[in-house]
Design a protein around this ligand. Structure first.
Ligand code: ADP
Ligand code: MG
Length: 232
């Protein structure tokens, strides 16, 4: 077992785009060894919350903490160094770089630059053989998602933030992704998944938060929040 990850905590987050309130007093805990999920309709504020946790947006009010540390004002790259890795809803790999080099960048930007972690991340996401030296440009979406995930993991993060990780994946790829994410959580990583695929959420998440109009309106175990039929 690895050292326990600190919790990532949001308290009373508020964020406005002009007059429009996108986050309205949001509290959220992302716990080590757990998969937390945020679900809700388009426009609910899920990605905005995600950006506040990752550091790509600064909230107008409220606090983000990693363990005891206040990171509200830290930029994204500094949070990555502290062990908060993320993927992007819109894929963001370096197109001219090879798959393996894309993943190495993740190790260099992460908490620890460990070549062993690069190899483990490549293998965990089945990036083996010739694909490792292929330029990222032109690879299928499913492969690029795995490159992004491997890149996030290569820095040995303690918190992993995933915005729509199943987007563009076929059902076999979603099943494989579910197994890998479960194993990472069981190893002590704190995972947060923003996801519209409720079957995936029901299968994977330990706790589900439902957002609507900038607020978290319900939280609880997946079968409680989504109903016993979800994911069956
Ligand atoms: P979700 O990820 O749940 O679909 P978002 O966090 O992307 O929701 O967006 C929440 C609300 O904020 C939406 O109504 C969206 O139109 C609005 N919004 C998002 N980004 C911006 C922006 N840069 N400027 C203005 N409004 C935005
Ligand atoms: Mg979104």
């Amino acid at each position: 077992a690895t050292a326990t990850a600190p919790s990532l905590r949001a308290r009373r987050l508020r964020l406005r785009y002009g007059e429009f309130t996108a986050l309205d007093d949001v509290d959220l805990d992302v716990l080590p060894g757990r998969v937390s999920a945020v679900v809700g309709p388009n426009g609910a504020g899920k990605s905005t919350l995600f950006h506040c946790l990752a550091g790509t947006l600064r909230p107008d009010a409220g606090q983000v903490r990693l363990g005891e540390r206040d990171i509200t004002r830290l930029p994204a790259h500094a949070r990555t160094r502290l062990g908060i890795a993320r993927t992007f809803q819109q894929l963001a790999v370096f197109p001219s770089m090879s798959v393996a080099d894309n993943v190495r960048v993740g190790a260099e930007q992460g908490r620890v630059a460990d070549p062993g972690a690069v190899e483990r991340a490549l293998r965990l996401f089945a990036l083996d053989g010739a694909v490792r030296s292929a330029p990222a440009a032109g690879l299928p979406t499913g492969t690029l998602r795995r490159v992004e995930l491997a890149r996030a993991l290569a820095g040995s993060p303690r918190v992993l933030l995933l915005d729509e990780p199943s987007a563009g994946l076929d059902s076999a790829e979603v099943a494989a992704l579910t197994r890998v994410l479960r194993a990472l959580a069981d190893d002590g990583t704190a995972l947060l998944v923003v996801e519209h695929d409720l079957d995936l959420v029901a299968e994977l998440a330990d706790v589900v938060h439902v957002m609507a109009a900038g607020r978290i309106v319900t939280s609880g175990p997946a079968d409680h929040v989504l109903g016993p039929e979800a994911g069956r």
